[in-house]
Unconditional design. Structure first.
Lengths: 136, 233
């Protein structure tokens, strides 16, 4: 009985901590404006980043050279996005109000991926410039 | 019997634990985060000890089992010290450090007395279900303490991003471990095939999350904790 209670309470608290942890990572990118360059590359020039854009943006991120310091946060947000996708499927018919929140969270994940892409593009440009300078 | 994946998880965990200590040493932040550094160092020593026990006595030996569960309990007591440090940081401006220290000493003494009493009563079957039960209780105390701390952070509108992320990572660690131990108690049959992977993976999570936070989040970074709350509209 006590083990079952501990199991349920711990699982509920785990979910709350996990969501808050991922939101803390997402919050770091929320205030960063996307550059025109990344808007052009991703085709989101005049519109906001959509909830379903995450996987497409992540594929673009993977095409860029790794910066080495963003892998763990991309993985954490990827797990969170997967979790939200499952929640979205379950909650849409059952709780539309909650589904709106899930959609907003998925948009935040996509925006995070766009910011990560922006950083990687800048990093690639810096690398390229450095190589050109070294050759000269 | 342990496979290559077990050793790989051990190695990654060990390197991450040492990584936290080395990072804090290199940034001269060891004294600022002393409980974290000390815990990680002890955890790395315990990992070495576990490896030694497996190599010399075997994975199924009583020596390994005793070493695993005793050191796990000791590490949990050390982790309470880390939590208390987080409490002190959260309540620093209120000047209640003395009371927190007093409460911490009381908590550790109570835990020790409770554990001694339970161990004394169950000494004949310490390595059976009892060790899983006491592990589950220790982790659950950790979950409750971390959850109360998280509540205090939200209530006091603590904005230090680094502290927030360190506490959240700790909450994930404790709740995942408490849940796993409870499931082991409920379904002992799941242990050899499925549940045995969780404690080592969660053990790797904590040093990795902490080293990420310490290395990437600036000391002066600020975050509004209310933004982290789940609010469905």
């Amino acid at each position: 009985m006590i083990a079952a209670l501990i199991c349920v309470v711990s699982a509920a608290i785990f979910l709350q901590f996990f969501v808050s942890y991922c939101r803390a990572i997402l919050a770091s990118s929320g205030n960063i404006a996307l550059s025109d360059r990344v808007r052009e590359v991703t085709g989101i020039a005049n519109q906001e980043v959509g909830a379903d854009d995450f996987n497409r943006l992540l594929q673009l991120v993977r095409l860029c050279p790794e910066r080495g310091d963003d892998q763990s946060e991309i993985r954490a947000v990827g797990t969170y996005y997967g979790f939200l996708a499952v929640l979205n499927r379950v909650s849409r018919p059952l709780a539309p109000g909650f589904s709106v929140w899930v959609e907003k969270e998925r948009k935040s994940c996509s925006y995070f991926a766009a910011v990560a892409l922006d950083r990687r593009i800048s990093y690639s440009r810096d690398l390229f410039t450095q190589q050109i300078t070294d050759r000269l | 019997m342990l496979g290559p994946l077990d050793y790989l998880i051990w190695l990654v965990g060990f390197l991450a634990e040492i990584g936290v200590v080395v990072y804090l040493l290199s940034r001269k932040q060891v004294f600022r985060h002393f409980p974290i550094a000390f815990y990680m160092l002890c955890d790395a020593f315990v990992t070495c000890g576990l490896y030694y026990c497996v190599r010399h006595f075997g994975f199924d030996s009583t020596t390994y089992i005793y070493f695993y569960y005793y050191t796990d309990s000791l590490l949990n007591v050390l982790m309470f010290w880390v939590i208390i440090k987080f409490y002190q940081e959260t309540f620093a401006e209120m000047g209640v450090s003395r009371y927190i220290r007093g409460a911490a000493v009381m908590l550790i003494l109570l835990t020790a007395v409770f554990s001694y009493a339970v161990v004394h009563q169950n000494r004949t079957h310490l390595t059976s279900r009892f060790v899983v039960e006491i592990g589950q209780n220790f982790y659950f105390v950790g979950v409750v303490l971390t959850y109360l701390l998280w509540g205090a952070i939200l209530k006091l509108r603590e904005t230090r991003t680094r502290l927030i992320q360190l506490v959240l990572a700790l909450g994930i660690y404790f709740s995942a471990d408490a849940c796993t131990y409870a499931l082991r108690n409920l379904f002992p049959g799941l242990e050899p095939t499925f549940l045995r992977w969780f404690p080592p993976l969660v053990g790797v999570w904590l040093p990795l999350a902490w080293i990420y936070t310490l290395a990437h989040i600036q000391e002066d970074a600020r975050l509004e904790p209310a933004r982290l709350m789940v609010r469905a509209r």
